[in-house]
Design a protein around this ligand. Structure first.
Ligand SMILES: NC(=O)c1ccc[n+]([C@@H]2O[C@H](COP(=O)([O-])OP(=O)(O)OC[C@H]3O[C@@H](n4cnc5c(N)ncnc54)[C@H](OP(=O)(O)O)[C@@H]3O)[C@@H](O)[C@H]2O)c1
Length: 285
């Protein structure tokens, strides 16, 4: 498995997105644990999660608890960077709400620390800007968590270029990652990806395969990806991740999975090298 860097931490170039194992349509716990263990066995050393990855109102942090359990029951678990987030909430009716207030972020971080069973969170990401709270205040809370040693690395998510610059300034140049939506169907985060490349900040594409309900259709919905995948004898999903990895050394995709075979297939994308002509074709597709 090839590696990349998030701050000073070396991680697998493909991470595991934990969301499908905890929201609506999730599998039973045994399959989720098997999926996380399959990721570790394949060399994955980055797992993305959030306190808001849960289904019902009374199970905040379902995904964090699941990951902690899976890591504790696997020999390789200790070397994994767990990247969690705060600032989103799920009231239990399927919706996603926001609270980017410093008070909430600090409480949320404490709760995540306890669920993950660690003294410091590997990577803590401010999940999404809250229009009711000045962005600088939300990121200021993350800076305090960093200064207090409650988190080892600080990241943001769903941010535009101005917010990336502002966050990096507030964090005193210590912003290590930006997690934005990016996939063959959703490319409007290209400016953020390019800015991260320029600043040497990791860029984590979320829903890299088009999202939980669309990932299976990737081959039929995007013909060039399907054709190039076929030429290499791999899945369209694997070809998509290889295309993303080729965009910049700061890119670290985090495909979600709820089955061992899908994360195994995605993890192998780090071994797939596409030709310059193929990358150019997919860039323009
Ligand atoms: N920051 C944010 O606001 C935000 C928002 C959304 C997501 N995220 C993060 O990004 C991660 C990824 O996004 P996502 O889970 O929404 O969507 P995604 O990664 O685009 O798609 C996930 C689905 O792809 C399928 N899949 C994965 N690898 C595959 C392969 N090689 N071949 C065929 N199917 C494959 C999985 O199927 P199976 O379930 O059958 O394994 C899974 O359900 C999330 O898990 C979460 O950690 C962050």
């Amino acid at each position: 498995m090839h590696t990349r860097r998030i701050g000073d931490v070396e991680v697998s170039a493909i991470g595991l997105g934990g969301m499908p194992m905890s929201i609506e349509g999730r599998p039973d716990e045994a399959r989720s644990i098997a999926t996380i263990h399959a990721a570790l066995d394949a060399g994955v050393t980055l797992i993305d999660t959030a306190d808001a990855y849960h289904r019902d109102a009374d199970e905040v942090g379902h995904n964090e608890s699941l990951i902690a359990k899976a890591l504790a029951s696997h020999d390789l678990g200790r070397d994994v960077l767990v990247a969690t987030k705060g600032g989103h909430l799920r009231p239990g009716d399927g919706s996603w709400t926001l609270d980017g207030s410093p008070r909430h972020l600090k409480q949320a971080c404490e709760a995540s620390l306890s669920r993950l069973g660690v003294e410091a969170i590997g990577l803590y990401q401010f999940h999404r800007p809250d229009p009711r709270v000045p962005y600088a205040d939300s990121v200021g809370a993350v800076r305090e968590l960093l200064d207090e040693g409650k988190i080892r690395l600080a990241g943001i998510s769903n941010a535009n270029p101005d917010q990336i610059r502002l966050a990096n300034e507030i964090l005193g140049g210590r912003l290590v990652s930006v997690q934005n939506q990016f996939s063959p169907a959703f490319r409007s985060s290209e400016p953020e990806l390019r800015l991260c490349d320029e600043l040497g900040i990791a860029f984590l594409p979320w829903s890299p395969l088009g999202g939980i309900s669309r990932a299976g259709e990737l081959g039929s919905a995007h013909a060039p990806f399907a054709r190039i995948a076929q030429a290499h004898g791999v899945s369209p999903q694997r070809a998509t991740l290889a295309w993303m990895l080729a965009k910049s050394p700061v890119v670290v995709p985090i495909p979600g999975a709820s089955r061992p075979e899908t994360i195994r297939d995605s993890a192998a994308a780090t071994e797939l090298v596409l030709g310059a002509d193929e990358i150019a074709e997919l860039d323009g597709a």
